[in-house]
Design a protein around this ligand. Structure first.
Ligand code: ATP
Length: 503
């Protein structure tokens, strides 16, 4: 697992997808730059989301709100008072950790023991093995599961009640050690706000404390009535937005999975109070379908329904994805009640109500939200696509099987050799296709090596011009995943590629 993850990180750099931010200054931790191919993949994921959410829904529109907002926004939303992580320091190593993550990692270790038991039993029982039954009857597994449940439920309760002393007590009772040094000498647990602060204005007296937004959602809530009125939107309707968000994350690890600056793709769906449960279920289903439409394997996704709900929610679930380091949250679907709009009404003194012309009543709508991290989606797509294949002749190839709709470059056009007029024909094909999608021209090295380079970069098609092309106006199209080659007329190339890459 670790190995696969290391490969993902180094491949992302080697093929121009992701660089460490400010690398020449030794980088800035948990901040990354998207490189020449990364920016295209990221844009394609964003477009794929936007098309599914906005273009395909008559009743969903987009906005692009500013990153800086009036500071009272974050009072109203609860972020100033409650957007905290519980932190604990190790007195010997002076390293700082998220207390809840230390406990969760401890539980993950117990969970891996369960997995080991399952593997052992599967081997022992062969075809007769029934996993569900094993999990619900095996004494040792049940013991582990019970332990995990009791630890997590205690952690949840202590955090909810702000009982930080009990979180520390739990860490001590479980004898959790500093993962780097093994020391068990801990400080008290303290709350730490995740918002980045900044100042507006130059003079020290009049400067105003601002925050970089920690989520895009609030830009949608404060604009709810503007959009509803100017767009003459009728409930139910949605507002979508993609954009940067900032969080001063302490456990900043796992590459772009958890960054300090990242991008969200969020949609807030405004509904009539009382109908939220129905819409919540519908959006859960709808979002899962979106994921599955990329063809990255049903087994890589699962729902995780939250039992412990945030104070503003009446239902919440995550769509989890199987990252190289295990199943983790990729997207959240939350039924947020009227919490946000009511809070903004209270703090701004402005009414944020919807007038229903049919029933002649006014009300504050309820909200069902879908919220996905663009960078996390990028990591899901990228890590799932990177494959080391052993071919029939025993040789190996590295292939990045990105879904063709998302691939940065759709086709590479390759003249077999650098003379006899082949480069000119190849250039002409590039010039014809570049209006429709990203294509590149490559004439360096033997054609086999060029194919491998494009495989590793994730390009779904290679188009090769050879001497026969001079006679028959046909080229060879090579498909990245199957490595099949097809002889086709030059004029048919666009259609063949379009069929695969059109969103
Ligand atoms: P986590 O529990 O992993 O910290 P969260 O529950 O705080 O995530 P939300 O506030 O629900 O996340 O944000 C919605 C989505 O934004 C998440 O599902 C995730 O995809 C993305 N996201 C949140 N924090 C980060 C981050 N630091 N880096 C990258 N993506 C993030």
């Amino acid at each position: 697992q670790d190995d696969q993850f290391k490969k993902v990180v180094s491949h992302a750099k080697e093929y121009g997808y992701i660089f460490q931010s400010s690398e020449i200054y030794d980088g800035l931790s948990a901040v990354y730059d998207y490189a020449q191919n990364g920016v295209e993949l990221k844009k394609n994921i964003r477009d794929y989301w936007w098309k599914a959410m906005v273009q395909m829904h008559e009743n969903i529109v987009g906005i692009d709100a500013a990153i800086l907002m009036h500071p009272t926004t974050w009072k109203a939303s609860g972020h100033v008072d409650a957007f905290n992580d519980p932190l604990i320091d190790n007195k010997d190593s002076k390293k700082r950790y998220r207390a809840d993550v230390l406990v969760e990692d401890y539980c993950a270790k117990i969970e891996s023991k369960i997995e080991k038991e399952v593997k052992k039993a599967a081997k022992r029982f062969g075809d007769a093995f029934n996993k569900e039954e094993f999990l619900s009857t095996n004494g040792r597994v049940l013991g582990y599961q019970e332990k995990i449940n009791s630890i997590l439920s205690r952690l949840g309760k202590s955090l909810e009640n702000e009982d930080l002393a009990d979180v520390k007590a739990l860490i001590e009772e479980l004898e959790i050690a500093d993962p780097m040094t093994g020391s068990k000498n801990w400080t008290e647990v303290k709350q730490f706000n995740l918002m980045f602060g900044t100042k507006l204005g130059a003079s020290a007296d009049t400067a105003m404390d601002l925050y970089l937004r920690p989520e895009t959602a609030q830009g949608i809530f404060v604009n709810f009535l503007n959009v509803q009125k100017t767009g003459r939107m009728k409930i139910p309707f949605g507002i979508a937005q993609t954009g940067k968000a900032f969080r001063n994350e302490i456990v900043a690890r796992q590459f772009i999975f958890r960054q300090r600056e990242f991008e969200q793709m969020e949609m807030q769906f405004f509904v009539k109070p009382g109908t939220q449960q129905e819409w919540y279920e519908q959006w859960k289903e709808n979002r899962m379908k979106w994921h599955l439409s990329l063809g990255m394997g049903e087994d890589n996704y699962r729902f995780h329904d939250h039992e412990k709900l945030a104070h503003y929610a009446d239902a919440a679930a995550d769509i989890e994805f199987k990252f190289p380091f295990g199943f983790k949250e990729l997207e959240g679907i939350h039924s947020r009640t009227d919490f946000d709009l009511s809070q903004h009404e209270e703090f701004s003194g402005k009414k944020l109500q919807y007038f229903d012309h049919e029933s002649k009543e006014s009300y504050v709508p309820y909200v069902v939200e879908t919220s996905i991290g663009l960078d996390r989606m990028f990591l899901a797509v990228f890590s799932n696509s990177l494959i080391n294949e052993t071919l029939e002749d025993g040789s190996e190839r590295v292939v990045l099987r990105l879904p063709a709709v998302l691939a940065p470059t759709k086709a590479a056009v390759l003249p077999l050799i650098k003379r006899d007029g082949l480069p000119e024909i190849a250039r002409k094909i590039v010039d014809d296709l570049k209006f429709d999608f990203n294509v590149i021209y490559d004439e360096k090295d033997a054609v086999g090596r060029r194919y491998r380079r494009q495989d590793a970069a994730g390009t779904p098609f290679c188009i090769t011009v050879d001497h026969d092309t001079l006679e028959d106006n046909m080229v060879t199209i090579r498909h990245r995943d199957t490595m099949e080659q097809q002889r086709v007329k030059i004029e048919d190339v666009r259609g063949i590629i379009n069929k695969e890459v059109d969103m």
